[in-house]
Design a protein around this ligand. Structure first.
Ligand code: SF4
Ligand code: SF4
Length: 300
């Protein structure tokens, strides 16, 4: 099909078979994640580290951790039985760029056998500027950055600390560094033609109004899509907000913020928060069919 009016042919070529970047494609193409990147360089108040990163996954759910070699084996097994598979994403369970060695080793192993698979990354953005050259060199055309604020005062309520250049930072200073790195990384990717999706976690009472400003800013800087997703509060599994419990938004609250962002960066509305080891079409999870114990030892 020809590119829609609002897209150049180059951009269309990148989105037409990526289920997360095209509403159309999500009916026909599948993506999978491999949970090969457990380490993270920041602390989000909504994460307790035992479970998957909320950047791109449902927090409070444990994915089976794989080594790069196991991850690559899994991708080949899935590709052999899911013909719609077009995208391999690494979205945690920690940060795909902070745990870069494992992310890169997995991608390198996979593309040897599947040179046409699209590679995709989700990150909190702190380590992003350091990896842009490699991202471009590896033909990674899609990067998702989780951006929950552009105001460090608000950021300080979301991120208690970050670990940056061998040092731990806290409070507003930590949030300011994270913010600057996110904006720099976004600008660098846009300048190199990498499509950027921004994910924002809607946290009632913390960043609900503010996400409209986030939307405006990321649009201005050239983000391709903005995905406002609800905080999934899971107190039973330790998803706390600081010390006090934090609820997630109601469907009405979520829709209100999404509607208010309309007209800014294009909103993704078909997102199904998927696990760091999700397999299949969006909204479908066939991960349990491909757990480690079910994979062949070697792939011919
Ligand atoms: Fe957890 Fe992801 Fe935040 Fe890291 S970036 S603390 S893994 S939610
Ligand atoms: Fe890429 Fe995110 Fe979609 Fe996974 S969920 S394939 S990381 S855009």
């Amino acid at each position: 099909a020809a590119a829609p009016e609002d897209m150049s042919p180059e951009v269309w070529a990148k989105v037409k078979d990526h289920p997360c970047y095209s509403e159309e494609a999500h009916h026909y193409f599948a993506r999978m994640h491999v949970a090969v990147a457990p380490a993270c360089n920041i602390q989000c108040n909504y994460c307790n580290r035992k479970y998957d990163c909320a950047n791109e996954s449902r927090p409070g759910v444990v994915s089976e951790r794989l080594t790069p070699e196991q991850g690559a084996r899994k991708v080949l097994a899935v590709a052999a039985s899911v013909p719609q598979l077009s995208v391999l994403g690494i979205a945690g369970p920690g940060d795909a760029l902070y745990d870069w060695k494992k992310t890169k080793a997995t991608f390198d192993a996979v593309v040897k056998d599947l040179p046409d698979i699209k590679l995709c990354i989700s990150t909190n953005g702190l380590a992003l500027p350091d990896h842009v050259d490699e991202i471009v060199a590896m033909n990674i055309d899609h990067v998702t950055i989780t951006i929950n604020m552009i105001d460090p005062e608000i950021g300080a309520k979301i991120y208690p600390w970050i670990f940056f250049q061998h040092k731990r930072y806290e409070g507003v200073e930590a949030a300011r560094i994270l913010h600057e790195r996110q904006m720099l990384g976004l600008d660098m990717l846009v300048a190199r033609g990498v499509l950027v999706k921004v994910n924002s976690v809607l946290i009632p009472g913390i960043n609900d109004e503010h996400l409209i400003e986030v939307n405006r800013e990321v649009k201005k800087r050239g983000a391709f899509l903005h995905n406002v997703m609800p905080l999934i509060s899971d107190a039973a599994h330790g998803t706390h907000f600081g010390l006090t419990g934090q609820r997630g938004p109601t469907p009405e609250e979520l829709k209100k913020v999404q509607d208010a962002c309309e007209g800014g960066a294009k909103l993704m509305r078909h997102c199904r928060q998927c696990r760091a080891d999700a397999v299949g079409m969006l909204g479908e999870d066939r991960g349990q069919e491909f757990t480690l114990d079910k994979l062949p030892e070697t792939i011919a």
